[in-house]
Design a protein around this ligand. Structure first.
Ligand SMILES: [Zn+2]
Length: 375
């Protein structure tokens, strides 16, 4: 059993002062106290200078692209980005072992910073061994796009095999469409779950799709193609990026998916590729659930949820408890793991993270603010 204390604690969007969290040997929270006197000198209590938050939830990543770090120039827009990554994949100069060992390194980096769960897109099997031994909870979104020489039905069947492989490794997995500009409509409808294979197989569970990431690539049909193709029966729908999503786009999504919908900006990646952030104020006004992702190292220099929060604070002046909620509770709800993760509550096992070097008088993350896993 451990007792951990700090001057501040943020859970959901609430700020507690002088808090002590007790946990059993399994990391399950047994009590949360606030306004505790003499908090830095209690017997049997570990005291930390900073802010305690729950383990963070990275709702959008492609761990398998960790080897692409630094290979794609910033600020060139999505079309150039996609062409470059296709070229890198074609050249195939990095072995699966190297890719896997880089993914492994970054998995550890994420864990140590305090990331507890990741919604991770993949379509290669080599990352499953990394995810299997990781202490992070992964949900694999098997991401499909048109494949040379394959029909939509064949590609979809291939994706279902990838899901099976992930499940054999003990990692939750579901099928998802990549984006409307890389897929014919039949494949989007199969991967979204609106169409069913003749033998009765179909996509269900969580769905995560890149949406409105580029004005050029998505085109005027993007909203119809994506939103009409994803079944309202999916257990949750993550619309990732939404950089160019209008009120009409987001209303249509909300009308179809209701409370199953989460929007997932990836601030640093959005700036890296498109030099633009999604309209977070609009998302807030519409009452949408906002979670955050790091995206991959092909469009980011780090996989750090603290850096994503800091970026949002810097550009939008949002209070710290609000961005912490995006990075923790909202992500846990989006990935369907809020029964054990995302908030510091009795009975949950969310992990415990210390944010250090925070400007508490202004409630802002600073350049040197860091996240460190305590539990
Ligand atoms: Zn992505």
């Amino acid at each position: 059993m451990r007792k951990i204390a700090a001057h501040y604690l943020i859970t959901s969007d609430r700020l507690l002062n002088s808090a002590v969290v007790s946990l059993d040997d399994e990391g399950v929270i047994t009590s949360v106290e606030e306004n505790v006197a003499d908090i830095d000198s209690l017997c049997g209590v570990e005291f930390y200078n900073g802010v305690l938050i729950p383990g963070m939830i990275n709702c959008h990543c492609h761990l398998e692209y960790s080897y692409v770090k630094g290979m794609i120039p910033a600020h060139k827009g999505l079309p150039v980005f996609i062409d470059t990554i296709i070229d890198i994949k074609k050249r195939n100069e990095v072995s699966d072992e190297q890719k896997s060992s880089l993914a492994d390194i970054w998995d550890h980096v994420m864990y140590n910073e305090g990331i507890t769960a990741v919604g991770d897109h993949n379509n290669n099997d080599y990352v499953y061994s990394v995810k299997k031994k990781s202490r992070i909870h992964y949900h694999s979104f098997v991401e499909l796009f048109d494949m040379d020489g394959k029909t939509a039905e064949e590609t979809f069947s291939w994706g279902l095999e990838r899901v099976k492989t992930s499940l054999q490794y003990g990692i939750e997995a579901t099928i998802s469409p990549h984006a409307n500009y890389t897929m014919e409509e039949r494949l989007i409808r199969l991967t979204g779950g609106e169409d069913v294979l003749p033998d009765g197989r179909f996509a269900d569970g969580l769905c995560s799709v890149h949406f409105k990431e580029s004005e050029v690539l998505g085109g005027p049909e993007e909203r119809r193609l994506i939103l009409n193709s994803i079944s309202a029966n999916r257990t949750g729908v993550l619309l990732v990026h939404c950089i160019y999503a209008t009120e009409e786009d987001l209303s249509a999504a909300r009308d179809k998916f209701g409370d199953k919908l989460t929007v997932v900006p990836c601030p640093l990646s959005n700036l890296y590729i498109e030099e633009r952030l999604p309209d977070i104020q609009l998302m807030k006004r519409m009452g949408l659930r906002i979670a955050l992702g790091t995206d991959s190292l092909s469009s980011n220099t780090v996989l750090s949820m603290v850096e994503e929060m800091r970026c949002l604070q810097e550009h939008l002046n949002l209070p710290l408890p609000e961005v912490v909620k995006y990075a923790t509770e909202n992500g846990a709800v989006a990935l369907g793991i809020d029964d054990w993760a995302g908030t510091i509550e009795v009975g949950k096992k969310p992990g415990l993270v210390l944010l250090s070097d925070v400007d508490m008088s202004n409630m802002r993350l600073k350049a040197k603010s860091k996240g460190r896993r305590l539990i």
